[in-house]
Design a protein around this ligand. Structure first.
Ligand SMILES: *Cc1c(COP(=O)(O)O)cnc(C)c1O
Length: 465
């Protein structure tokens, strides 16, 4: 055991950094590299801003980790948690019992999901929701008398969480190199990344080609063996990859043709991010199942859910008997109470309309305007309040940097130093600010993005990259 006593000469930031370095192992982090410089300590949040322990105000261009959609410090959400903690901090939903927040939340979610996605199964994280999808889908086909129909098809560079199930279904090469072997009977097709991978094809043609990779894979595996296709409407952690408009309708057509379930991982796109309640609506599809998390509670409490359509739900409920699946905290009353308050607040403030008609288009337009003549900016894609920007060495020749990730990391570090949180995914910079951001705050965000891109360009030139 190391001594954690705070010495009198040490300031608070240094003390927390030291304790953190000694004991706290961070997720998705090179811990040795972090510990050598010390983690930034975030102490407070309000609206679209967070403050660190040194008093710096930082504009949060990522809404935490794609989740603080209603912004920091919302009294409605805080009060809902406090009230529920006072009344009933915990009870489970295993023992022939329910709690009011879980029942009401299931109804609230069903009130905003598209189609007949009316049956809600709760979990605590996006990864658990994805694991639930996997088990539920395979169990569904078994109950239907087709246990051999158990192959799941996902995509390369997709992110579905970091449990064994989520990692298996996801298509992140770096993740697959660690901690395997992964689940059998999972296949991956190419992602619909038009700017990076389409060659000479226009968007429409490339979208169809990328979707038809699914049909090829289904025929290769055998339709009688394929259970479902699962994808994020817009790939988030993969760098905000927005598929061409032709992609999702074609994916849906192919799934229906071969009787394959379509599951949308709405963990980022859900709850208004793209200007609809769900990304599936933005792209005009009706999936059979959806996973959701992050924006469900605006990140105030950990909670996730799977919304299931009548086909799968009625089969499993009527013919499946007991579904041996669930979590101690499935539908946790405090988390559920916060999520209920969050959805009601979103409805009351008409946040989805605000993203669709006002702040989303404004953000997309301002970002393009401010970066129009910025030499590192290869291509900007996005929808509503999410955007991905490809950093390139030469925009005319569409030439990427040789050592992918170096320039992205440089840019991320300039943002860090300049009061802006923007994430790097390789050489793509991504933004996903709180949905309640104002026009003035969008202007500030975009000005900071421009400044940090210019600083990055200076670094690129100095270092001869
Ligand atoms: C974040 C994310 C997950 C995983 O959610 P956790 O709560 O981190 O487990 C799954 N799918 C998508 C699309 C995500 O963005």
């Amino acid at each position: 055991m190391q001594s954690n006593a705070v010495t009198q000469t040490e300031n608070l930031t240094a003390a927390i950094q030291r304790i953190d370095a000694n004991h706290h192992w961070h997720p998705f982090t090179d811990t040795a590299a972090l510990n050598s410089k010390g983690a930034r300590v975030i102490v407070r949040g309000e609206g679209v801003y967070v403050w660190d322990s040194e008093g710096n105000r930082i504009i949060d261009g990522m809404a935490g980790l794609w989740c603080v959609n209603m912004g920091y410090g919302r009294k409605e959400l805080i009060d809902a948690a406090k009230q529920q903690l006072d009344e009933l901090p915990y009870y489970n939903h295993f023992f022939q019992t329910t709690t009011t927040p879980a029942a009401v939340l299931a109804q609230e979610i069903a009130s905003v999901t598209p189609g007949d996605l009316n049956h809600i199964f709760f979990a605590n994280s996006g990864s658990e929701a994805v694991d639930t999808l996997i088990r539920m889908i395979r169990h569904y086909w078994a109950v239907e008398g087709k246990p051999e129909k158990n192959v799941l098809i996902g995509r390369k560079n997709a992110y579905h969480g970091s449990t064994i199930g989520g990692t298996s279904l996801g298509g992140m090469g770096a993740m697959h190199k660690q901690g395997g072997p992964y689940l059998p009977n999972i296949e991956h097709i190419d992602q619909p990344y038009w700017y990076g991978e389409a060659g000479d094809l226009d968007e429409e043609a490339f979208g169809l080609k990328a979707a038809r990779a699914l049909e090829e894979k289904i025929l290769e595996v055998g339709p009688e063996k394929v259970a479902a296709f699962i994808g994020e409407p817009i790939q988030g952690a993969g760098g905000v990859i927005v598929p061409p408009a032709s992609y999702w309708p074609e994916i849906q057509r192919i799934c229906r043709k071969y009787d394959i379930l379509l599951a949308a991982d709405e963990v980022i796109c859900g709850f208004g991010r793209t200007g609809s309640w769900f990304g599936s609506q933005t792209f005009g599809i009706e999936p059979d199942l959806m996973s959701m998390a992050k924006g469900l509670s605006s990140g105030y409490m950990p909670i996730s859910a799977v919304a299931v359509g009548d086909r799968v739900a009625n089969c499993l409920i009527e013919k499946g008997g007991e579904f041996f699946h669930g979590f101690t905290y499935s539908g946790h009353p405090v988390a559920a109470a916060v999520a209920v308050a969050n959805i009601r607040l979103m409805k009351q403030e008409k946040v989805v309309d605000y993203v669709a008609d006002d702040i989303g288009p404004y953000f997309q337009q301002q970002l393009r305007a401010v970066l129009a003549d910025q030499p590192l900016t290869g291509h900007i894609e996005g929808a509503g309040l999410v955007a991905g920007i490809a950093l390139v060495k030469d925009r005319e020749a569409k030439q990427f940097f040789a050592d992918e990730g170096t320039v992205g990391t440089l840019c991320r570090d300039h943002c860090f130093e300049n009061g802006l949180i923007m994430r790097a995914v390789g050489d793509r910079m991504v933004l996903s600010p709180p949905l309640v951001i104002s026009r003035k705050e969008v202007d500030e965000l975009c000005a900071k993005v421009r400044k940090c891109f210019d600083l990055t360009l200076d670094s690129v030139r100095t270092q001869g990259l």
